[in-house]
Design a protein around this ligand. Structure first.
Ligand SMILES: [Zn+2]
Length: 160
């Protein structure tokens, strides 16, 4: 049988491996099935009775949409890296620093420009990020994803 080469995880880029398990067999004979799981984050693909089909299902799994983080998500990421993008579309990785007062929190690397929470996701009437405003992502976004007019909807829904 031709082997299917497993793609890396669409969520974290980790290595994936094929696993198998079986139904409990409590009310019928146990049935063996196969699925692919990421060794790093544990994401799984669809299970199938045929290993090759489980592999193919994993390889079809689309990458999740890379939406900007909400402030609520950011404040849970103290000490973790986030990819920050400013109103001109310039971006870089920075570490999230959460302070007692959320307005004093920021992303930065300690010795260069800081991204202050007070300016997070601020947009004007035409949905453009204001000068000095910024957004953060868990993954580095594609250029296409900088199209900021798509972002306002979500921020409006989730920013109190
Ligand atoms: Zn993963």
């Amino acid at each position: 049988m031709k082997e299917v080469k497993l793609k890396s995880c669409p969520f974290c880029g980790g290595e994936a491996e094929e696993k198998h398990s079986s139904t409990s067999g409590l009310f019928s004979n146990p049935i063996a099935y196969y699925f692919v799981q990421c060794k790093s984050c544990g994401a799984t693909g669809e299970a199938d009775l045929i290993p090759r089909k489980a592999d193919e299902a994993w390889n079809r799994r689309p990458a999740p949409e890379n939406k900007p983080l909400t402030l609520e998500e950011l404040r849970k990421m103290d000490g973790e890296p986030a990819y920050c993008v400013n109103s001109r579309g310039d971006g870089k990785w920075a570490i999230v620093h959460i302070c007692d007062d959320i307005q004093d929190s920021f992303c930065g690397d300690g010795n260069s420009e800081e991204w202050e929470f007070a300016y997070y996701g601020l947009t004007d009437d035409s949905n453009q990020l204001l000068d000095g405003a910024w957004l953060a992502y868990a993954r580095k976004p594609e250029q296409e994803e900088f199209k900021l007019n798509r972002l306002k909807e979500r921020l409006e829904r989730e920013t109190p």
